[in-house]
Design a protein around this ligand. Structure first.
Ligand code: ZN
Length: 403
């Protein structure tokens, strides 16, 4: 036997099994209904191992047999699908004036979608008490349905470090806040993990799992809220950067002579192509929705001033998207938030700038589209993050193992 202090160490048996369980679970998620033989053929695991792993997943109620048979050459086989009926993943988005909550089952089917008005402005503690109360109601609802909560991920607009601490959330007035710890306390140590992430990152995860371009391995999601942030997925993985601060495209300078940004710098993308630029002032959060509806009405009516502003904002946005395209070569950039209702008037300007500024032919294959997920994309992304952690091997324990 050759031993080495630097070479690969023998993997722990439990780790190998957990990894293989996750491999089988992901295969069933992507290919259901499928048979044990399909799993063995595609994963390279032998049939006895697959049978044992599937038995374990059935015990954990993550997978179930459908009784269907496949209609191919050879013996009919029992088909497998995701079960997950006893589980729930919860995502929450905290925004300036609303809290959204989404719960899904293991297969990603929506169980609940709530939106509540919220004023988090006074203090972090008051804000967390209000958010905690909403989450407790969601958790109680899941308990009534006899579902075990697999986890909770909370989206916050701001700089969130890799540990999940909110370093600065300017629009909420929060800084250096351990929201995850506060929420775990407010939920009285709930027995499931509580994660905190940036709203753009979770929006990107929602698109990757549930959006019209689900499965795209190189995708950027742009929030179109008061701030503009990018959630970046490259080679199939969310890219947070060294300390978690990637994606601050909103503060890339487009014009040194441009308008002053809320960050104090001049000519940032956010100042030239954020919602404030559309409305031509910093609006009060509670009024944004109504004001955007008015902009849409005026644009539909052909109001020249409105069309001029939207054209200009679209071109500024296009310059920002061109930077992303030259730097990252994404397949798709997805416009979220308030960009969605404005997309018909923004996209022509975006395409014009992308066409002239991206050096690669055909903009490197880039498509720019509006999100189809609606205003709760980041909350849905919270649920997606929980499901991602199950897919990568953090499986809930066996519920009712029969001896
Ligand atoms: Zn700025």
């Amino acid at each position: 036997m050759i031993t080495s202090t630097t070479g690969p160490q023998p993997a722990d048996f439990a780790d190998v099994r957990a990894t293989n369980l996750a491999v089988v679970l992901r295969f069933v998620r992507e290919h259901a209904p499928c048979s044990r033989a399909d799993i063995a053929a595609s994963t390279g695991l032998n049939k006895a191992t697959v049978s044992s792993l599937v038995a374990d997943l059935i015990d954990r109620r993550l997978v179930r047999e459908t009784g269907l048979t496949e209609n191919r050459v050879g013996r009919p086989a029992t088909m497998l699908v995701l079960d997950g009926s006893p589980y729930a993943a919860i995502g929450v988005e905290i925004n300036v004036d609303t809290v959204s909550a989404v719960a899904t089952d293991l297969a990603g089917e929506r169980l609940l979608t709530w939106r509540r008005s919220f004023s988090g402005g006074e203090s972090v503690n008051q804000g967390m008490a209000a958010v905690g109360a909403i989450i407790r109601r969601v958790v109680n609802r899941m308990a009534k349905e006899e579902r075990q909560v697999l986890g909770l991920a909370v989206a916050v607009p701001g700089l969130i470090d890799v540990q999940g601490t909110v370093r600065i959330a300017p629009n909420l007035g929060w800084h250096d806040a351990d929201i995850g710890g506060d929420l775990a306390k407010a939920l009285r140590d709930p027995g499931f993990p509580v994660q905190v992430d940036n709203d753009a990152n979770l929006g990107a995860l929602a698109e990757q799992r549930f959006g019209a371009h689900a499965g795209a391995s190189d995708l950027v999601y742009l929030t179109g809220e008061l701030g503009v942030g990018a959630g970046i997925i490259l080679d199939g993985r969310l890219r947070r950067g060294g300390r978690g601060y990637s994606g601050e495209i909103g503060h890339v300078q487009l014009d040194p002579e441009g308008p002053v940004c809320r960050c104090g710098r001049r000519g940032c993308l956010e100042a030239m192509a954020g919602i404030g630029a559309v409305l031509r002032r910093d609006p009060s959060p509670a009024e944004i929705q109504i004001e955007i509806e008015e902009v849409v009405r005026l644009a539909r009516a052909g109001d020249t001033g409105t069309l001029g502003t939207l054209g200009e904002v679209g071109r500024s946005l296009g310059r920002g998207v061109s930077i992303l395209a030259n730097l990252l070569n994404p397949e798709v950039v997805i416009l979220g938030g308030y960009y969605v209702p404005l997309a018909p008037w923004l996209l022509p300007g975006v395409h014009e700038e992308v066409g002239s500024r991206v050096i690669a032919a055909e903009a490197g294959g880039l498509q720019v589209v509006a999100s189809t997920l609606g205003y709760d994309a980041a909350a849905l992304g919270g649920a997606a993050r929980v499901l991602d952690s199950v897919d990568s091997g953090r499986l809930p324990g066996g519920l009712s193992r029969i001896p």
